[in-house]
Design a protein around this ligand. Structure first.
Ligand SMILES: [Zn+2]
Ligand SMILES: [Zn+2]
Length: 262
């Protein structure tokens, strides 16, 4: 079948939708951690964005290896990082099979993220006397200006996570905003008129570096995307089936394996 370029929409796959410890939490006997519902099993947050023949991953947490196997990913065109926390970066060593197969894996991140990755994965960034099995990467430094990934324009969205600056990403009418505590009015403008907003919610009540559930619902009301999905969920938010009922109209809990096309 012939597909025209302007018909090539985005396909988003949720590779992980859990907060930093994942669900179930190790050694927890919380009912949500013991749930038999597949949608209550959440790996650390990450999404895959595909269009045409391209495939990009946002964040590369400790579950990256299993996420690639589970989603049967054979090729990636790059990884975009939101920030340097371990639940978003700790899987970087596992890009090896891709770099053996395809050569350098392009990484897109801001200066702070690269500085932190370089400290923690010094052998990956080394340019001399490299260990033969080390993954090879290609650095793409991101600032708060649009950049291109093949034929798409990516608009970084800047916000704070506690005191830490984070980049969310907008491509077409889709935006992925994780680990958010504060966003300026100016950056909010980038998130108007969206088809789909994905945004993190960890728990109800206040958190030092994340917006509360209540604050996120307010922000969604203000931005008014056609549909919103919440991710980065902790077990304290309850069972998926209950959360689904309780959320406002056009707001849905994401779950691992969920695919949306737009
Ligand atoms: Zn996180
Ligand atoms: Zn974080």
């Amino acid at each position: 079948m012939l597909i025209f370029a302007d018909e090539m929409g985005l396909k988003i796959t949720f590779l992980g939708t859990g907060t930093s410890q994942g669900i179930p939490v190790i050694a927890s006997d919380h009912p949500v951690c013991l749930s038999g519902d597949k949608r209550d099993k959440r790996l650390r947050v990450s999404i895959m964005i595909e269009w045409d023949n391209f495939c990009y991953i946002i964040d590369c947490g400790p579950d990256f290896r299993y996420q690639m196997l589970r989603a049967n990913v054979h090729k990636i065109d790059g990884i975009l990082f939101t920030h340097e926390h371990a639940d978003h970066t700790a899987g970087l060593d596992d890009i090896r099979p891709f770099s053996f197969k395809m050569g350098k894996v392009p990484l897109y991140a801001n200066e702070d993220v690269f500085r932190s990755l370089q400290q923690r994965f010094e052998y990956i960034f080394k340019t001399e006397n490299r260990y033969p099995g080390a993954p090879s990467i290609e650095k793409h430094l991101i600032t708060n200006s649009p950049f291109n990934l093949n034929d798409k324009t990516v608009i970084p969205v800047h916000y704070l996570h506690g005191k830490l600056p984070v980049f969310g990403y907008k491509i077409d009418q889709f935006a992925y905003i994780t680990d958010i505590k504060f966003i300026s009015e100016k950056e909010k403008e980038k998130l108007k008129n969206l088809e789909v907003l994905v945004i993190s919610v960890v728990k109800k009540g206040s958190h030092h570096s994340h917006m509360s559930y209540e604050e996120v619902m307010e922000l969604i009301k203000e931005l008014h995307p056609k549909k919103s999905y919440i991710t980065h969920l902790s077990h304290t938010l309850g069972f998926h089936k209950d959360l689904e009922k309780e959320l406002p109209k056009n707001v849905f809990p994401a779950y691992d394996g969920l695919i949306i096309n737009l």
